[in-house]
Design a protein around this ligand. Structure first.
Ligand SMILES: [Zn+2]
Ligand SMILES: [Zn+2]
Length: 326
């Protein structure tokens, strides 16, 4: 944020000019629109960001394997057509609060910042307590769904535990899925993960796509699903522009958010490095085989921290961020 004079400052994230209380240093100020704090550093935005510049090699590799299955796109499009993207949108609209300039305006402003930074048309954003599409328990994450017109769902339980920059990171991760052109595959993967055998048996429409999706596609999709997260964590870092924010958001995702208890970010980073060592030494092949076979779609925050730190430490993040202008 730049201090134009002693009485006002312009937010470098969203561009709003804010009044500055007399005697208050700009570093202690927070933007009235996006609620992000002054960092002293400019916020960089991309004129044109090529997804290939940040896509994680594991994501690219797993997606190539998925796309190599004959007819996969047609089958997955059919799956989404049968289950109905518009149905998911209507259900979301009926069970959530839609974010806009007068509804959670700071989230709306943050979404503007993310879309402007990555160069993505702004999707709709909904906030909810429970899963708005499939019902059930309280959610503790965020997701992006839809191929034709993707939309983001953020769970209030997650959002209320995150600080302002961590929320920016979560939104950037979600918009990253759109930017990286993941939507056909993430939407299909989520549908496959959520629709139970019971539903398949009870409903002939859903049963039809059950038959359409054969095991080869299912395994390739699950094998890719977690790896896609690595690319979107990179997109999140390209927006928040501080690796510590990604680490602290992951720490909370992993469970480190109990009120009033000591949380140690450095110890969590060390845990991530330890995971990486073990992963390299013993589990390289076995790990993903077990995950794919079990059909899990867990977020694996510790592994993701290890991967984002490597991206920073190899200088690759710096190389990409330098292509953005302040
Ligand atoms: Zn702002
Ligand atoms: Zn994701």
């Amino acid at each position: 944020m730049s201090n134009d004079d002693a009485t006002s400052f312009r937010c470098t994230y969203c561009g709003q000019r804010n009044a500055l209380a007399e005697g208050k240093p700009v570093e202690a100020a927070r933007c009235g629109r996006c609620r992000l704090s002054a960092t002293g550093a400019p916020h960089r935005k991309f004129a044109e960001l090529d997804p290939d510049s940040y896509i994680h090699p594991l994501d690219a590799q797993a997606l190539r394997a998925l796309r190599a299955i004959p007819g996969v796109d047609t089958v997955l499009k059919k799956l989404i057509e049968l289950t109905g993207e518009s149905y998911m949108r209507v259900m979301s609209n009926a069970n959530t609060v839609k974010v806009g300039p007068t509804q959670y305006p700071d989230l709306d402003a943050k979404l503007d910042i993310v879309c402007c930074t990555l160069g993505v048309p702004k999707p709709d954003l909904y906030v909810t307590v429970t899963d708005p599409i499939f019902g059930g328990g309280v959610g503790f994450n965020a997701m992006t769904t839809g191929v034709e017109k993707p939309f983001i769902i953020g769970y209030s339980l997650l959002l209320e535990r995150l600080d302002e920059r961590e929320i920016l990171a979560v939104l950037a991760h979600e918009v990253g899925h759109i930017h990286a052109q993941h939507m056909l595959y993430t939407t299909a993967a989520r549908l496959l993960a959520l629709v139970t055998e019971l539903l398949l048996a009870a409903n002939p429409v859903t049963a039809t796509f059950g038959l359409l999706i054969n095991m080869t596609i299912r395994i390739a999709l699950i094998n890719w699903y977690q790896k896609a997260e690595l690319s979107c964590d990179r997109a999140a870092l390209l927006v928040v522009q501080d690796p510590n924010v990604i680490v602290s958001a992951m720490l909370k995702l992993a469970g480190g958010l109990m009120a009033g208890r000591t949380v140690n970010q450095e110890a969590f980073v060390e845990q991530a490095r330890e995971f990486d060592r073990l992963y390299k030494e013993r589990m390289v092949d076995k790990f993903w085989t077990i995950i794919a076979a079990s059909g899990q779609t867990h977020p694996f925050p510790v592994w993701r921290v290890a991967e984002i730190l490597k991206w920073v430490e190899t200088g690759e993040y710096e190389r990409v961020i330098q292509t953005a202008s302040a």
